[in-house]
Design a protein around this ligand. Structure first.
Ligand code: AKG
Ligand code: FE2
Length: 227
């Protein structure tokens, strides 16, 4: 399932991130790539252990923590410390699947990548190309979002970033280990939660039907969650 999460960052937070990134040291994106994806990857990143990456990564994690849609769709157990990339004109990232397991840079603690996310930091009108193209069983989805918005998709998907033909595209990207690793089950939980949110707009929380569906949501999560 591919989910567009709007307004993860405010306009002020986007501007703040861009200001910090302006002064950061950018290196080759191949630094965090696997063997196959290193050949496909032509972009820039700030180093994982740089103070800018840590500070902005925490800002992004705080924003995710207050976002109910991200929580509902990703059912996060652990979020890998967010990274920051940039594609200038002429840069791109060919088709690849993200590494399944990633050690956290500080602790070496390994996380399984179930959900991949890109949080856009450049307004779409500032660059041409740079669409994130995600392949799933229904075909290809081309994604280019307003600054501050995020797309999440199963890490099992082949994906690529198209050649930038004008301007520069900046983003944060990161992986989440989900409590529910199977995309099909996670999708059901998300759709179930969204339906409950709709029902609760019309019925009081004490209604037997609301009690039933919220109870069943939690009981299903209890069955499927791995902690
Ligand atoms: O820049 C993006 O939107 C995606 C980056 C990506 O796929 C990766 O670093 O593995
Ligand atoms: Fe990727």
């Amino acid at each position: 399932m591919l989910v567009h999460v709007k307004n993860v960052l405010t306009a002020e937070e986007v501007a703040y991130c861009r200001g910090v990134l302006e002064s950061a040291e950018w290196g080759d994106g191949k630094a965090t790539a696997g063997q196959q994806s290193a050949k496909a990857k032509h972009n820039l990143q700030i180093p994982q252990k740089s103070p800018q990456c840590r500070e902005l990564g925490e800002l992004v994690l705080r924003a995710l923590g207050r976002n109910p849609t991200f929580t509902s769709a990703a059912l996060p157990l652990r979020v890998f410390p967010p990274l920051f990339n940039r594609y200038d004109t002429g840069m791109y990232f060919d088709a690849h699947v993200d590494n399944a397991i990633r050690p956290e840079p500080e602790t070496g603690y390994r996380i399984r990548t179930d959900v991949s996310s890109t949080l856009f930091l450049t307004p779409p009108e500032d660059y041409d190309g740079g669409e994130l193209v995600i392949r799933d069983t229904y075909g290809e989805h081309s994604v280019k979002l307003p600054a501050g918005d995020l797309v999440l998709y199963p890490s099992t998907s082949l994906h690529s970033v198209k050649l930038i033909t004008r301007g520069s595209r900046w983003a944060s990207f990161f992986w989440t280990q989900s409590m529910v690793k199977d995309d099909g089950k996670r999708t059901l939980m998300y759709e179930f939660d969204q339906a409950i949110i709709e029902i609760r707009k019309s019925l009081p929380d004490s209604h037997e039907g609301v009690l039933g569906v919220t109870g069943t949501y939690h009981n299903l999560l209890r069955q499927w969650a791995e902690l």
